[in-house]
Design a protein around this ligand. Structure first.
Ligand code: ADP
Ligand code: ADP
Ligand code: ZN
Length: 228
């Protein structure tokens, strides 16, 4: 992806909570041999492990706010340096603030790398609320589902791995969604302009069904892979 042959692709999926970033990142991972890197997943793992960062992040996440840039940047920098992501990454849920976007640019530049492209997944606020309300995932393999839009074939059993322990996120409740939406509009939406200004932005209509959105994304990612 991108013209530079010797740097790994760094693709950003931008979009509000519930836009389908995680769902689509998993599909693009398989298709393009990239690794999904979700700061939400990394933070939830830190909370579960009870690390210092996790303890600091827990209450903020439960309230639907954004975790401090420093905590998120430390976690992301560590993850980006691991060998399994050397072939390229899809950033899901990062960056979420201008400070994070600028820090990412610096972090990559220090290794002669850069952002390959950012794709804004555009959905109405109402759709986002509906998607979050019905979201659950398989505790064993992480496959994502939705009560109405992507139910399991057999109730309570994961299609992907047969796991039977389904999880719902503590922050996917009505009280928190408004705060998350507000954080998105105030702090994350400006990144659309940030990447647009650098000529790195594409937009995808994320209101269609899951397969339709995947198709649109695949076209864009294929294009990014072609030398400029
Ligand atoms: P994000 O990572 O952007 O927060 P997810 O990928 O977790 O969003 O998707 C949120 C919920 O909406 C999940 O339950 C998922 O199954 C469902 N979903 C994702 N994309 C679509 C879509 N295009 N149409 C309907 N439901 C979707
Ligand atoms: P969603 O896509 O549904 O918003 P995520 O899993 O991306 O969910 O994020 C869950 C929570 O984790 C966010 O509400 C926020 O508190 C925290 N978080 C995740 N990524 C970041 C980030 N890049 N910067 C700050 N906080 C983050
Ligand atoms: Zn599973």
């Amino acid at each position: 992806m991108g013209a530079d042959k010797n740097t790994r692709p760094v693709l950003i999926l931008l979009g509000p909570p519930g836009a389908g970033k995680g769902t689509q990142a998993r599909r693009l991972e398989e298709r393009f041999g990239l690794v999904q890197l979700s700061t939400g997943d990394l933070l939830r793992a830190a909370v579960a492990a009870g690390t210092e960062a996790g303890r600091a992040a827990k209450a903020v996440m439960e309230a639907g706010g954004l975790v401090s840039d420093q905590i998120v940047l430390d976690i992301l920098a560590d993850r980006l340096a691991e060998p399994d992501v050397a072939g390229g990454v899809i950033l899901d849920g990062f960056p979420r603030t201008t400070v994070q976007a600028e820090a990412l640019d610096e972090m990559l530049a220090a290794h002669g790398e850069r952002v390959t492209g950012a794709i804004s997944m555009e959905v109405d606020d109402a759709a986002m609320v509906e998607r979050i309300a019905g979201r659950f995932t398989c505790g064993a393999c992480g496959e994502g589902y939705h009560d109405s839009f992507k139910p399991t074939a057999v109730e309570g059993v994961c299609d992907a791995c047969g796991g039977t322990e389904m999880k719902r996120r503590a922050d996917d409740k009505a009280e928190t969604v408004a705060a998350r939406l507000e954080a998105y509009h105030a702090q994350t939406a400006p990144l659309i302009g940030y990447y647009e200004g650098k000529g790195l932005l594409d937009r995808v209509d994320a209101m269609g069904d899951i397969d339709a959105v995947t198709e649109a994304l695949v076209v864009l990612v294929e294009r990014l892979r072609e030398p400029a």
